[in-house]
Ligand binder design. Structure first.
Ligand SMILES: Cc1cc2nc3c(=O)[nH]c(=O)nc-3n(C[C@H](O)[C@H](O)[C@H](O)COP(=O)(O)OP(=O)(O)OC[C@H]3O[C@@H](n4cnc5c(N)ncnc54)[C@H](O)[C@@H]3O)c2cc1C
Length: 423
């Protein structure tokens, strides 16, 4: 892993005059902006706005901030990706993310980490992990927000948002809050055990805003029947594979589990999979079993030995044991003796394995959700709602879902930053 050093330069600290506003909050100073949700998007929005001189309050249902961020990357937080660009995001409006990604780059986030006294390292595919881990990152961000004067109203569930003459009234389970500007950063229903709720969709309905139905993204597959038996037999076996479906392909880790298929490649393709569709799995991407079997230098080798050399032994044994009798017989022959059709059929077992999952683990284990507030309603620069001036939405609440690899957190930072510069 190479160590990254970036200059601590970030367009913060630019003091802007606060507007004369009407706001009412529990005893304490009023707020120019009330942020609903203290996840990563809400925190970065709050920090940015507070460093511009805005008076900021955040309301969150949980008693601790940003539970998903604290759990991110298995506790290591894959907090951004050097390749952050629109092609890594799923949205009905694929251009929507472009401006924010241009304005808030991964380098800006790394500079912010540096300001917070944290560091990061790059792993495969441009993935950046916080060296200190997810909890220190969250605590540092929350601490920076508090230092900048943000008020945290935790343990406070948002139930409704109503436009008023002076701005917005936000009804919560502990009474109403009022503010001239409101930023919705309530996330998606993904992984409810870490605070995912359908609040964004409910509030959208009551405000008359279009909401694209949420679907689980980045979630493991379940299997039934013989495929489930195979997955259980291979539980714990991992390898690099290419998984394809509906015109999308991902090459990354694949893991067999007691329930079906997981690992980064399976999570990635799950965001595109539709029930009933087959996955095409290449178990040895980068190799060409057909060519290896035809290679005269391997003519005296058994076909099964050549096949087994391309993957973990347990997987090869299980695949060979599951072959139909004719193909099993072919696998036991020397490569030079194999007719072309059998050679191709054996290659297809490795490179063109068709698996139809029975389903996924759904929202319960989805790292993100596609769908969300219709991006057409919001400015891609400020994230303000065109029809509701003073109302902003950021992060996963919007119809934007990133690929695995730090893209979702980068979206939370980028959209939070842009709204924080505008509120
Ligand atoms: C297990 C797991 C691991 C992940 N790992 C990574 C990773 O390594 N890299 C990556 O890029 N992405 C990762 N993600 C995805 C990433 O965490 C999310 O995309 C990101 O947290 C979204 O940020 P957000 O601020 O928009 O929403 P959230 O993080 O969901 O924050 C929303 C906040 O709103 C609060 N809230 C919800 N409803 C209400 C309500 N009615 N009233 C008040 N408050 C409410 C919640 O308590 C929460 O604090 C992971 C997700 C999970 C579940």
């Amino acid at each position: 892993m190479s160590r990254l050093v970036f200059p601590a330069r970030i367009p913060y600290n630019r003091a802007m005059p606060t507007s004369a506003t009407h706001a009412s909050l529990p005893p304490g100073p009023p707020a120019d902006a009330l942020i609903l949700g203290a996840g990563p998007a809400g925190l970065l929005c709050a920090l940015t706005a507070a460093r511009r001189g805005r008076r900021v309050a955040l309301a969150d249902a949980s008693e601790i901030t940003a539970r998903k961020l604290r759990a991110s990357g298995g506790g290591r937080s894959n907090c951004t990706n050097l390749n952050a660009a629109p092609e890594h995001y799923l949205s009905a409006n694929p251009h929507f993310v472009a401006q924010a990604l241009r304005r808030f780059t991964p380098q800006y986030f790394l500079a912010l980490l540096d300001q917070l006294g944290l560091s990061a390292s790059e792993e495969d595919f441009g993935r950046i992990f916080c060296d200190q881990g997810a909890t220190p990152l969250t605590d540092a961000l929350e601490g920076a927000c508090r230092k900048a004067g943000c008020r945290f109203l935790l343990n406070r569930r948002v139930e409704a948002v109503t436009p008023t003459r002076e701005g917005f009234r936000v009804d919560t389970d502990r009474g109403p809050l009022n503010a001239p500007r409101v930023v919705l950063a309530l996330g998606s229903p993904a992984w409810p055990a870490l605070g995912g709720t359908d609040s964004t969709a409910r509030l959208a309905g009551s405000l008359g805003l279009t909401h694209v139905p949420a679907r689980p993204a980045l979630t493991p597959f379940t299997c039934t029947g013989a495929m489930l038996d195979l997955c259980r037999q291979l539980s714990g076996v991992g390898l690099t594979a290419t998984l394809s479906c509906l015109g999308k392909s991902f090459t990354d880790g694949l893991l067999f589990t007691h329930q079906g298929l997981s690992g980064p490649a399976a999570l990635q393709i799950s965001s595109h999979w539709r029930r009933g569709e087959a996955l095409t799995i290449d178990l040895a991407p980068g190799a060409d079993l057909g060519q290896l079997l035809r290679d005269p230098a391997r003519g005296r080798h058994l076909a099964r030995t050549v096949l087994a050399g391309l993957m973990p032994r347990r997987l090869a044994d299980a695949l060979l044991a599951a072959l139909p009798p004719k193909l099993a017989a072919a696998a036991n022959r020397k490569c030079a003796e194999l007719p072309r059709a059998q050679l191709e059929a054996l290659a297809a077992v490795v490179h063109d394995w068709r698996v139809t999952p029975s389903g996924t683990l759904g929202m319960a284990r989805a790292e993100a959700a596609s769908g969300g507030l219709d991006t057409a309603l919001f400015s891609p620069r400020t994230f303000e709602c065109r029809a509701l001036p003073g109302f902003f939405a950021i992060g996963e609440a919007l119809d934007v879902a990133g690929e695995l690899g730090g893209y979702n957190l980068h979206w939370a930072w980028a959209s939070g930053f842009c709204a924080g510069m505008a509120v």
